[in-house]
Ligand binder design. Structure first.
Ligand code: G3P
Ligand code: CA
Length: 269
């Protein structure tokens, strides 16, 4: 019956495109965001860091080396740390060719450019503050930009934005500065420690290997800082078997490089 189908689909985890649709297009670029949109995926995850001259940029590693041609363009600047390059220098880099010739010339986006594209596509954002210990004050700076770009209005706060980090300290700072923001802790604290996390985080976003049905229930039993049941997402889930396993535990979200594969895996769940 229709009600059974609805109950089943309500239990399906939300699919979140890790670094954009990163098995289809170069990670953390506007091309990866657009590719996720093309696949009908309405949540994208990214990683935010900061340039030498204070611009927020979207990139995963603390070095530019793996995902750009920085070695060729700036051969003398080893180890090519994001924090040691200006925004103008980073804007010169090719962040697409390493992935495939079709993406030659794709750039490392600024967070401003990224937010505008995600908004243009009517997508939602799981924003990771990456390596916050390298960038003092980055939480405040991210919140300021989010506010300027319209991402802290009621609608975005209610359902379109989650800020996550491996750093509990960074998340606590976000929560203290702007309590209305939904936050997610990256990791899997011991069950006895979860109540302390519930004071400042709404979600536990854990590596799939660390999850179990019992752990997910323990998180769900808690109420987060906004008075809602705490949620769980699993990363990085790139095969159907793992996807079905964590869905069986009752996770609320899955973070994946392969959103199309996961959608298929959940058909009929
Ligand atoms: O969103 C979860 C995942 O992104 C955390 O790991 O290294 O891909 O940022 P990483
Ligand atoms: Ca990430």
């Amino acid at each position: 019956p229709a009600s059974d189908a609805r109950a089943r689909s309500d239990r399906r985890p939300v699919i979140i495109a890790h670094r954009g649709a990163s098995s289809h297009a170069p990670e953390n670029t506007l091309a990866a965001v657009d590719r996720a949109a093309g696949l009908g995926v309405d949540w994208v995850e990214n990683d935010v860091q900061r340039t030498k001259d204070g611009t927020l940029v979207v990139i995963h590693d603390d070095s530019l080396r793996r995902t750009t041609d920085v070695e060729r363009v700036f051969p003398g600047r080893s180890p090519w740390k994001v924090k040691d390059f200006t925004a103008a220098e980073i804007a010169r880099l090719d962040a697409g060719s390493w992935f495939g010739r079709a993406y030659a010339g794709v750039r490392v986006p600024t967070l401003e450019q990224y937010l505008r594209r995600v908004e243009h596509n009517r997508q939602n954002l799981l924003l990771e503050i990456k390596n916050p210990e390298l960038y003092p004050g980055i939480e405040q700076q991210i919140l300021k930009l989010l506010g300027n770009e319209g991402w802290l209005d009621r609608q975005h706060l209610a359902s379109r934005l989650v800020v996550q980090s491996f750093s509990a300290r960074s998340l606590r700072t976000v929560h203290d500065l702007k309590p209305a923001v939904t936050t997610g802790f990256l990791g899997s604290p011991a069950v006895r420690e979860l109540p302390a996390y519930a004071a400042f985080t709404d979600r536990i976003n854990a590596s799939h290997g660390s999850l179990s049905a019992g752990y997910v229930s323990a998180v769900h039993a808690l109420t987060g800082p906004h008075g809602r049941r705490m949620g769980v997402a699993a990363w990085t889930v790139d095969d159907a078997e793992t996807a079905r396993r964590v869905a069986g535990y009752g996770v609320d979200g899955v973070i994946t490089d392969k959103p199309d594969l996961l959608r298929q895996a959940f058909q009929g769940c």
